[in-house]
Design a protein around this ligand. Structure first.
Ligand code: SF4
Ligand code: F3S
Ligand code: FES
Length: 252
């Protein structure tokens, strides 16, 4: 009797766990219509796979025009934030079994940014706010001959906000940002926090003045959507509160 190949054994093992899942995707193609509409796709997939795997199956096997961003597929690059069942998540970090696959899984673009096609939004306003807070170390004087020293306690002060991957899940879940898109948004404040509370940085005052703007931190209404949405578990609202406090006390 012929010995089954490893590939065959693996594919049979995988196939046996597949279930039928409906993806309900909000499609938009400005070259075809100025209206977005929902489209259903049925696929066979192992519920232990991720929403990103389902989108790939649809794109590769059913409709090559489906458009979405992704790169690393492991929660690092931040490119595949989308609204899945009405909540901002990374498609590559969302297991199908965790979002009730017995009902259609809705997938749509994140809110508050202009949709360019299907699940792809124009990220430019988001990155402009990020650039505006000067997300880099600013120091004066001569460069040290070796590294810039920092105590473990001082490093800990901004550890949480170093984890940001700029996915925009927070900013695009914030009702204040939805309102007019003028608010800097939680992601920009998180990235300002990362440098304001860095003991080696010397531009904290400057960043605080930028965030003291009418579209800065004071527009946050402590809704916590941003904290709930962050796939990196960053305490976004807490970071915003710390920046507000620093603005009042000028101590950081
Ligand atoms: Fe994404 Fe969290 Fe950074 Fe916001 S704070 S951009 S949700 S990683
Ligand atoms: Fe918006 Fe987060 Fe503040 S959702 S209102 S930035 S707490
Ligand atoms: Fe990179 Fe999901 S594809 S974070």
């Amino acid at each position: 009797m012929a010995t089954p190949t490893l590939d065959k054994v693996e594919s049979e093992a995988t196939a046996s766990h597949n279930i039928t899942v409906t993806f309900r995707i909000r499609r938009f193609n400005p070259e075809v219509s100025d209206q977005a509409e929902w489209q259903d796709f049925q696929i066979e997939i192992d519920p232990k796979e991720r929403v990103l795997d389902g989108l790939h199956k649809i794109k590769w096997d059913l409709d090559g025009t489906l458009t979405f961003r992704r790169s690393c597929a492991h929660g690092i690059c931040g490119s595949d934030a989308m609204r899945i069942n009405g909540k901002n998540r990374l498609a590559c970090k969302t297991l199908i079994k965790d979002i009730n696959p017995e009902k259609p899984i809705t997938v749509e673009a994140i809110k508050g940014l202009t949709v360019m096609k299907d699940l792809v939004v124009d990220m430019e306003p988001f990155f402009q706010a990020y650039r505006d807070v000067m997300p880099f170390l600013v120091t004066k004087g001569n460069e040290p001959t070796r590294e810039r020293l920092q105590s473990a306690e001082d490093r800990e002060r901004f550890d949480d906000t170093t984890k940001c991957i700029l996915c925009a899940a927070c900013t695009s879940s914030c009702p204040v940002f939805w309102n007019d898109g003028q608010y800097f948004g939680p992601a920009a404040i998180v990235n300002a926090h990362r440098f304001i509370f860095d003991s080696r940085d010397e531009a904290g005052e400057q960043r605080l003045e930028i965030l003291n703007d009418k579209d800065g931190v004071w527009r946050c209404r402590t809704t916590f959507n941003c904290t709930d949405a962050c796939p990196r578990g960053i305490e976004v609202t807490k970071a915003i509160q710390e920046v507000k406090r620093a603005l009042i006390t000028r101590r950081f």
